[in-house]
Ligand binder design. Sequence first.
Ligand SMILES: *Cc1c(COP(=O)(O)O)cnc(C)c1O
Length: 411
Amino acid sequence: MITSETLSALDCEDPLAPFRDQFDLPEGIIYLDGNSLGPLPRRTLARLIDVTREEWGQSLITSWNKHGWIDLPQRIGDKIARVIGATPGEVIAADSTSVNLFKLLAAACALRPGRKVILTEAGNFPTDIYIAEGLVSVLGDGYEVRTVDKENIATAITDEVAVVMLTHVDYSTGEMLDMAPVTAMAHAAGALMLWDLAHSAGAVPVDLNGAHADFAVGCGYKYLNGGPGAPAFLFVAARHQADARQPLSGWMGHAAPFDFEQRYRPAEDITRYLAGTPAILALVALEEGVDLYLEADAEDLRRKSMLMTECFAALVAQECGDHGLTLASPADAGMRGSQICFRHEQGYAIIQALIARGVVGDFRTPDILRFGFAPLYLRYQDMWNAVTHLRHVMDKREWESPEFQTKAAVT
Ligand SMILES: *Cc1c(COP(=O)(O)O)cnc(C)c1O
């Protein structure tokens, strides 16, 4: 039996508790959607005002040198490298996850000539599959995207496969794949391995080099709290950097952008994965989010995240046991990311009713209620309060209200 007191006691002992105050969280909201859009760190607002007013406003174009704007994608990439088990020079902050997928899938295919298959999983996040389809349509020449169910991936990695593209933590169920053995399977068949870390970076420990991953992409606006539409990041293992080429050969990825040469010549280092001029205001916001994350102890974060998802699942069973909410995430906290999901046929309306009560989670089609647990700013007590609201929504069938039944453009 979990009580409100059990959870308060956990908050008192929580070494991460001081981080909550670093975020500008609205009063009265329990924010369980940091997996979709992380909240605003207080220092981000201060930095944005400063960079806008002083650097952009006063130093104008000299800021590219004077304030190091030109180095920001790499500087932030080096910081993100520490979050995902990479080394400096293997990661760069740029573009969106979708665009980065295009660049890296193309680079991977070119490294495996003669192999025509991009292998992925049928339940992967749609943009990953759409981007692979787009690349295949440009490549022509017999290239194809092959999607198989998660349990059939091992047998589907044949000698036709150029690259295996998988999302480490499933956006919909939170299921986490074991990176090292899956990567080893791809390599054993001669394929390259690309990981999507959208729901991993800042949420669970990641060791790309420990797993010998070849490529990875990830998101800046989710658990890294970089702000809406924050630049994403990409990783290219050092061993591939001399040979791998990406097709969006813009001037910022040129070896000498300001020589204005007639022909494209890729930079020797990770900056070859840039295309156009980086979004400086968005990058400085991302840097604040990453810096804040790096101040916390990674083991404390994982321990708290697992304990929170365990408490939440146990509380839902305890308080809402007879309301038909079934666990959609792996039952073992070690097998899932920092989220817990349930299925219910009224999932969308239940989430809307919860949001009206100040408990913000989200809905994923067809029937998934998704709750993200960001250990940097959530309290154990929030679990109790959130589940109490959920129990009220279910007991009183609040979801039946017509205003909760109509779907908005963004769910
Ligand atoms: C959130 C997410 C994305 C987002 O891609 P954008 O280009 O930022 O819109 C991509 N892949 C996965 C697995 C995600 O969860």
